[in-house]
Design a protein around this ligand. Structure first.
Ligand code: BGC
Length: 761
């Protein structure tokens, strides 16, 4: 039975009717309060309580008892509208010390596996929901194209197709088929739009791109978010061609809400409203900023509490039409209903933790066994073997213990290099912070670099130690050098260890303050004496005829040219989360056949940026006098212990119309000696168009498991509509003519075989 005095709580009524009933019961003040989101980390507890009593629609960065207290106050108000709690669960619910820390989005993108991303989303949702929170500010649908930008680690890489598919999978994972289910939360597609394109890679500056480019390059991933039913969007900090995102009516109200029919709500980013006045200076004061933001289509205002009074004054003065406020509040309340916040008692936690008999069992989901197992699988699938050269007639990797029969190995043991002693060296060999990357309890809601994880983290060193111990292999360890200190006086100690080992693993990369939000870099060269460390170890290893393997632990691509040249093998692990060390050790010991592929291109030098693969063609091969045109490692690259060969791609039809879907099949043969997983990539190149089009663009991909010696046919669906281009006047059209369909292992032209598709009028 519902509360008769609150007819909107009648669950037998359609949601729209319930929202209409509630809206009609609300005062203007209550409506505007719903549009306010308060950060618990920037107000005093008393202020937070005052906002809850005023009916603030949402809080962010509130955990545990604080959230429960605020919910108690909110549900105790005249209308009792529950608060929606948002949290930056960016790669797991990692702000909560104890929850699962997954590989970052960039790492996960290297799996090219949307199903895996969906499971990660589902697990994150479970942990966030167990905390009594409802809403993750994730996934990030921005593209990572200027690598100086600090937030590259938060993206799914440089490509719109891959980012859209991975992001949509996370949305499905969070929300499930019904976000009101106890274990589900709602997603937030951010940061709308072209955020990663901001000038010079400087976070939150102007993104000097045209609306044509926005629609062509940056909108498609966000369209996937809408199609996946993503309940909320976040407007970015930056301006797009000088119009602040939060003031961009054409993009929010026009494109997102009217054209794409997005029916959820839009939240600003942190203090965007304040910034319209103080930084971007397009509004004289808070009142004008409130009017601009509401007119543009923002529904909820994050951490600019001055919005409340300012908006009320503007509405009373007739400057903000009431129907815009009603539309914003209707959207917020509808999402709250769809998210189960009104109706599912599990979603409205008000009992203090100590008195809640369910709190314990809820907490038991954090890092539980299944979550750790799935996390390990995500870490394994996210690692990319970039180089595996021969040393004395054998590939550098994998290794096995001398005398080990090779049980559980993914490769024939005879292929593995026998070792008795390994050295694990480097500043990132045993660094939880470097391995986690941004957006964990180390960095948010306030930085705590000295925090101690309340759960077991498997660093690279620990992963190697554990596996080595099982196999009777000895592990030597030294930090080698500090990640910042250019002084190399500790390197001789590391050299001495290398002289005692049968193989050397050196873990280099970056650490927290060099990556993440507000940590852009002008120079992507490795800091401190890291290059020097690798080169000196390389000298020892070559002299002794043993391999040097570099394990990269980094938020984003850096200048790894010297490391790669000095190493026999290179394994990219990015920020691999809690289980990263196990995954890397399993790959090194041949227990897992690597399958990750780069979701982003690696530059030879910072000055070569941008190096993304889908560039527009120019003259002279894009090379500089002092740097070749191609990247150090290209989008899509990654090795396996298997060897794959491709046949010629076959099209279900060589001619098609814009509305058709073509099937593209290709035979993939594993000519290696162990089963492996290959990611088949399909790129398209427009032979001729009315405007300049990218040299190639990814349009589809598929993963196939291929047993040793076998041939498997990969089938990919190509929607001809995806070949559309956006003309300067904004129209999106598929122009008739010929397209090269390029299928193969990675984005480098040499690895792709082609067929021709003719699109008819
Ligand atoms: C970031 C967002 C984040 C928000 C709330 C901002 O600084 O740009 O990505 O969701 O803070 O923490």
């Amino acid at each position: 039975m519902h509360d008769q005095s609150r007819p909107w709580t009648d669950t037998s009524l359609p949601a729209e009717q319930r929202v209409a009933l509630l809206l009609s019961a609300m005062t203007l003040e209550e409506k505007v309060a719903q549009m306010v989101q308060i950060s618990y980390s920037t107000v005093t507890p008393d202020e937070a309580d005052r906002w809850a009593k005023l009916g603030a629609g949402s809080f962010l960065h509130t955990l545990g008892d604080n959230a429960r207290r605020l919910q108690r106050l909110a549900t105790g108000t005249r209308l009792g509208i529950p608060v929606i709690f948002g949290i930056d669960a960016i790669h797991g619910h990692a702000i909560h010390n104890g929850a699962t820390v997954f590989p970052t989005q960039l790492a996960l993108a290297a799996s090219w596996n949307p199903a895996l991303a969906e499971r990660m989303g589902e697990i994150t949702a479970r942990e966030v929901a167990a905390e009594g929170l409802h809403w993750a500010f994730s996934p990030v649908f921005c593209l990572g194209r200027d690598l100086r930008w600090g937030r590259i680690d938060e993206t799914f890489g440089e490509d719109p197709c891959l980012a859209g598919k991975m992001g949509a999978a996370v949305v499905r994972g969070y929300q499930g088929s019904d976000p009101s289910d106890t274990d589900r939360i709602i997603a937030c597609a951010k940061h709308y739009i072209a955020y990663g394109e901001s000038t010079g890679g400087r976070d939150s500056y102007d993104s000097p791109v045209s609306m044509r480019t926005v629609r062509d390059v940056f909108l498609p991933p966000f369209e996937e978010a809408v199609k996946a039913g993503c309940e909320t969007f976040m407007a970015g900090y930056e301006s797009v061609d000088r119009v602040p995102c939060s003031a961009h009516g054409e993009l929010i109200r026009g494109v997102l809400k009217e054209e794409l029919k997005f029916d959820g709500f839009v939240v600003t980013d942190w203090s965007n409203l304040t910034s319209l006045v103080k930084r971007q200076r397009v509004a004289r004061d808070a009142r004008e900023a409130a009017r601009i933001a509401v007119n543009a289509g923002n529904d909820m205002i994050m951490t600019s509490p001055e919005f409340y009074e300012a908006a009320l004054e503007e509405i009373r003065a007739g400057a903000i039409p009431l129907d815009q406020i009603d539309d914003a509040v209707r959207r917020i309340l509808s999402v709250k209903i769809r998210a189960g916040i009104f109706d599912n008692p599990d979603k409205v936690k008000t009992t203090p933790l100590a008195e809640d008999p369910l709190a314990r069992s809820a907490e038991a989901v954090f890092n539980c066994e299944r979550h750790r197992r799935e996390n390990l699988e995500a870490a394994r699938a996210s690692m990319v073997l970039l180089k595996n050269g021969d040393v004395r007639g054998k590939p550098a990797l994998p290794v096995r213990a001398r005398g080990d029969a090779g049980d559980g190995m993914a490769v024939p043991p005879s292929r593995a290099r026998e070792v008795r002693t390994i050295a694990v060296i480097g500043p990132n060999a045993d660094s939880v912070r470097a391995q986690f990357g941004d957006w964990t309890f180390f960095t948010h809601p306030v930085p705590h670099l000295d925090a101690v994880p309340s759960f077991r983290v498997i660093t690279m060193l620990e992963g190697f130690r554990a596996l080595a111990a099982e196999r009777g292999v000895r592990v030597l360890h030294d930090k080698g050098c500090d990640i910042f200190d250019p002084d190399n006086h500790t390197i001789p100690r590391a050299r001495r260890l290398a002289a005692k080992a049968d193989i050397v693993f050196v873990c280099v990369g970056d650490t927290l303050v060099q990556t993440g939000e507000t940590h852009d870099r002008a120079d992507l060269a490795l800091s401190g004496a890291q290059d020097r460390l690798v080169e000196e170890l390389s000298a020892v290893c070559s002299k002794r005829g043993i391999p040097l393997v570099s394990i990269l632990v980094n938020g984003k691509p850096l200048e790894f040219a010297r490391v790669v040249a000095a190493s026999d093998a290179v394994l990219e692990t990015f920020n691999s989360g809690t289980e990263g060390g196990t995954a890397a050790a399993e790959i090194a010991f041949g227990k897992y056949n690597p399958r990750g592929r780069l979701p982003i291109s690696f530059p030879r030098k910072t000055g070569q940026l941008p190096v993304y693969y889908n560039q527009l063609p120019g003259w002279h091969e894009g090379s500089y006098h002092d740097c070749p045109g191609d990247p150090l490692f290209a989008f899509g690259e990654g090795l396996s212990y298997s060897r794959f060969r491709y046949g010629a791609p076959r099209l279900s039809s060589a001619r098609a119309r814009a509305t058709d879907t073509i099937r593209v099949s290709v035979d993939v043969t594993n000519s290696g000696d162990c089963a492996g997983t290959e990611t088949v990539q399909l790129y398209v190149s427009d032979s001729f168009a009315s405007i300049v089009t990218p040299v190639k663009s990814l349009k589809a991909f598929a993963q196939v498991d291929v047993p040793a010696g076998a041939t498997v046919t990969a089938e990919l669906a190509l929607e001809v509509g995806s070949l559309a281009i956006v003309l300067p006047d904004g129209r999106k059209v598929v122009e008739p003519g010929e397209f090269d369909i390029l299928v193969g292992h990675d984005s480098r032209s040499g690895s792709l075989a082609s067929a021709t598709l003719t699109v008819e009028e």
